[in-house]
Design a binder for this molecule. Sequence first.
Ligand SMILES: Cc1cc2nc3c(=O)[nH]c(=O)nc-3n(C[C@H](O)[C@H](O)[C@H](O)COP(=O)(O)O)c2cc1C
Length: 171
Amino acid sequence: MDLEEGLLTRRSVRQFQSGKKISKQNLEDMLRAAMYAPSARNCQPWEFLVINDKNIFQEIMAIHPYCSFLADADLAVIVCGNLSEQCDDNYWIGDCAAATENLLLSVHAQDLGACWCGIYPVEERVKAFIKLFDLPKNIMPFALVVIGHPLQPAKQPKDRYNPEKVHYNGW
Ligand SMILES: Cc1cc2nc3c(=O)[nH]c(=O)nc-3n(C[C@H](O)[C@H](O)[C@H](O)COP(=O)(O)O)c2cc1C
């Protein structure tokens, strides 16, 4: 698929073919795409925690209320901000969001499926992930990306283009 088609057809996937594996190459390709995201002053203040241990899936589902579909996924990537590597205060948030979107798009381009499950800035979730993974002080869990082989093709919404959201040269 070309880039434009990929952008318009990516949807959150929450139903997966249980037990179907994602190859190391697929995983590396999606992580590479994430690392090609734009970042403020190109500081790339991100880290990627890959989880493929089903016991840890259970622990994640116990602390994140909206990711029950992780049970059938093959892996999860926790996109984290590295506060020691950000170049300007709080820019890590936008940088990690860009990396997360690139990750989702690469997953889609590989005919896999993913769903972004928010962690930051929900305080109790952030604390719970820090505790679960014993993260260092400078590492902030940002997003949980649940990844697997989709059970079915995603339904596509009506055109989301809304001209009322576009403002020219002022409000
Ligand atoms: C910051 C953020 C947090 C999200 N958190 C969750 C979540 O916890 N659980 C979930 O099932 N989906 C979550 N989503 C996915 C959204 O629900 C989804 O992107 C939205 O409904 C639009 O659907 P689409 O991704 O198929 O276009 C999140 C998305 C974003 C960007």
